[in-house]
Design a protein around this ligand. Structure first.
Ligand SMILES: C[S@@+](CC[C@H](N)C(=O)[O-])C[C@H]1O[C@@H](n2cnc3c(N)ncnc32)[C@H](O)[C@@H]1O
Length: 413
């Protein structure tokens, strides 16, 4: 069973490099890469591919003239029907996509629009009676019935499980609209990342934003209810409530948080390997529990550098690492990771105030931390696994044992 992938125009090479030669990947068309198989993770699940926007388990190719294409799609649905007993009543959604291209007048777009119109009007009638499956929306379908117009004459078709497509959005393009008050376009990258991960700085969370200026990411995180320490030598250009935001006007390579934070988010315009090393330090020292970082990859060997970045982060203790070149990313890749919730944290935590250790050494702390009533079992600094306090939530983790959602139960800061 072969696979096909949509990618950004000009990123085909990156995806081919990422897949690796053993899967025999090749550029099938502009914005479209095919491969004989797809890499798996250590646990046997399909690996997420950073440079693929969407994936398709290829059922075949078909001419793009609607009657013949319709026949091929009907037979793909009918072929799947016997497996229904195993899956129960199943549902499908139709997606017709013209892959990404450089030509603003790419003829594949017109062909895709014509196909979509014809299929919307006639596909239901063309299905054999054996097909009992219901058609539903993209977000809820068990399977996506995919039509990718690789060339004006030839479409790739597939019926792929919703869990295997990488994105349920047609073409994998999550287009977000820049809010009127957004200080930069960059905020969209964080918003898209949060949608992709399903998790992000939230109400009550404490978050460091490395490379924060002019303030788009900070704005998004504060807008979601987090308190943000924005670290950047450059000027911030956002007006935000003082209680929820502070600017540490210094290099992120010098900044040291005073306690374990819920998140470190990072959009620093700096060399990716050095940024990865910095974030590995954040992991090793348990300075933050969860990570969203955007790595700038202007070089040609993006996949190789990304592999190196991920290795460095993993050595830094970051787990569950995922990487994607998101729609709003340019020559960049966004990475998510989390730390083992059992790791020791820095604490106990005083009410929020901006304290950089580097600053404290130079000037001494502004005021002694006010002693705070700790719930039972939250004594002094934790020294290891199972040794008293384990994070802001006392070691609570998500049900999957993965990243923790939400903050500290609404503790006022
Ligand atoms: C792409 S901009 C960040 C945009 C920001 N995320 C936003 O949404 O507005 C990159 C930023 O990285 C910052 N930067 C570069 N080197 C840095 C360093 N060593 N420490 C902190 N920030 C740095 C730059 O000053 C610049 O403001």
């Amino acid at each position: 069973m072969s696979w096909a992938f949509l990618t950004r125009a000009n990123s085909e090479r990156d995806l081919i490099d990422e897949l690796g030669s053993s899967f025999k990947p090749r550029q099938a068309a502009e914005g479209l890469v095919s491969a004989e198989a797809r890499p798996k993770r250590h646990d046997g699940h399909l690996a997420e591919l950073a440079f693929a926007r969407q994936a398709m388990k290829v059922a075949g190719t078909a001419p793009t003239d609607p009657p013949r294409l319709m026949k091929a799609l009907a037979s793909a649905l009918a072929d799947h029907e016997p497996k229904r007993a195993r899956e129960g009543t199943w549902t499908w959604a139709l997606q017709v996509v013209a892959p990404d291209g450089n030509d603003p007048l790419d003829p594949r777009r017109k062909v895709a629009a014509a196909i979509e119109e014809a299929l919307e009007a006639q596909l239901a009638d063309a299905l054999p009676a054996s097909v009992q499956a219901r058609r539903v929306g993209d977000a809820e379908a068990d399977r996506l019935l995919q039509v990718w117009v690789g060339t004006p004459d030839k479409a790739w078709i597939g019926l792929t499980a919703g869990t295997q497509v990488q994105s349920r959005v047609a073409g994998g393009k999550t287009k977000l609209k820049r809010p009127a008050d957004a200080v930069s376009r960059s905020g969209l990258k964080l918003e898209e990342a949060i949608g992709w991960i399903g998790l992000g700085p939230d109400k009550g969370d404490l978050c460091a934003d490395l490379g924060a200026a002019p303030g788009g990411w900070t704005q998004v995180a504060v807008g979601r209810g987090a308190t943000v320490i924005a670290v950047d030598p450059a000027k911030m250009k956002v007006e935000l409530p003082k209680k929820r935001f502070v600017h540490a006007q210094q290099s992120a390579f010098e900044y040291v948080p005073a306690e374990t934070l819920d998140w470190v988010i990072c959009d620093m315009a700096w060399r990716p390997i050095e940024v990865a090393q910095l974030l590995a330090k954040w992991g090793n020292r348990v300075w933050a529990r969860q990570l969203i970082a955007n790595f700038k990859l202007p070089m040609t060997q993006k996949a190789a550098i990304l592999r190196q970045v991920l290795r460095i982060l993993e050595d830094g203790g970051w787990r569950g690492l995922r990487a994607r070149q998101l729609f709003h990313d340019r020559d960049e890749v966004t990475v998510f990771g989390w730390l083992d919730p059992g790791l020791a944290v820095l604490g106990p935590k005083p009410p929020f105030e901006f304290r950089s250790r580097a600053k404290q050494t130079a000037e001494g702390p502004k005021k002694a931390p006010r002693p705070r009533k700790e719930p039972r079992g939250r004594g002094g600094r934790a020294t290891g696994r199972g040794d008293g306090p384990r994070g802001r939530s006392g070691g609570r983790s998500s049900p999957r044992g993965g990243p923790r959602k939400g903050g500290r139960g609404g503790r006022a800061r």
